[in-house]
Design a protein around this ligand. Structure first.
Ligand code: GDP
Length: 202
């Protein structure tokens, strides 16, 4: 799969309009400003593909990017932005409920959290959504470059316990800024896509 060949497909607020061509879906989620767009850009080695620093107006849209006609990157709306109205928060909750109601469409769930901090209540909720889906799932701890070396181990342990990650759930220390962890994340994505390809061919 050529990660250079990425194209924006659509942005939807209504699950009735999900792409349905059966390509594997790699699903990215994280609170607003955690660096979700930056992580996606880093994976694709692009600078301004998924937007960075976007004003958090569109909190109820799911963005779809098609990668080399082989997979979708599904960019779930960021959450936890303080200035969002109650009505909008409710729309976000509904959309997530609907999205996760069909867990089979998730081929790999990727939850992005901030490596510096204890995960938020919303992070915990998303972690539960992914783990309850029973689909392949991993966590990316972004902004690693802002951590002191001595903080790495305790922070990772805190993320693991707060999100109640099972022992076999991967937690990848990551820096979208520096590229740390990119190889591990790309490999996880490629492995899932290869597996799906084998399934559909076999
Ligand atoms: P999103 O709202 O989750 O999509 O977050 P963005 O990708 O827009 O990033 C939010 C801010 O965090 C921007 O100013 C980024 O430059 C910054 N950022 C993202 N990833 C990293 C990282 O790994 N390290 C550092 N230091 N800053 C980052």
């Amino acid at each position: 799969m050529n990660l250079q060949k990425a194209e924006f497909v659509t942005s939807i607020a209504d699950l009735g309009r999900l792409p349905t061509d059966g390509l594997p879906q790699i699903v990215f989620s994280g609170k607003s400003n955690v660096g979700k767009s930056s992580v996606i850009n880093r994976v694709l080695n692009r600078k301004n593909f998924a937007r960075v620093g976007e004003s958090p107006g569109k909190t109820t849209h799911i963005n779809f990017f098609r990668i080399d006609q082989r997979a979708y990157f599904v960019d779930l709306p960021g959450y936890g932005y303080a200035k969002v109205s109650k009505a909008e928060k409710e729309r976000w909750g509904k959309l997530m409920e609907q999205y996760f109601a069909v867990p089979e469409r998730i081929d790999l769930g990727i939850l992005i959290v901030d490596a510096r901090h204890k995960p938020t209540a919303n992070d915990v909720t998303m972690s539960e959504y992914f783990q309850n889906a029973g689909r392949p799932f991993l966590v990316v701890a972004n902004k690693l470059d802002k951590l002191k070396k001595s903080e790495l181990e305790p922070n990772m342990a805190q993320i693991r316990s707060t999100l109640a990650l099972s022992e076999d759930t991967r937690l990848i220390p990551f820096s979208a800024e520096k590229g740390t962890g990119r190889d591990a994340l790309v490999k996880a994505i490629m492995d899932v896509c290869d597996e799906r390809k084998k399934e559909t061919e076999g």
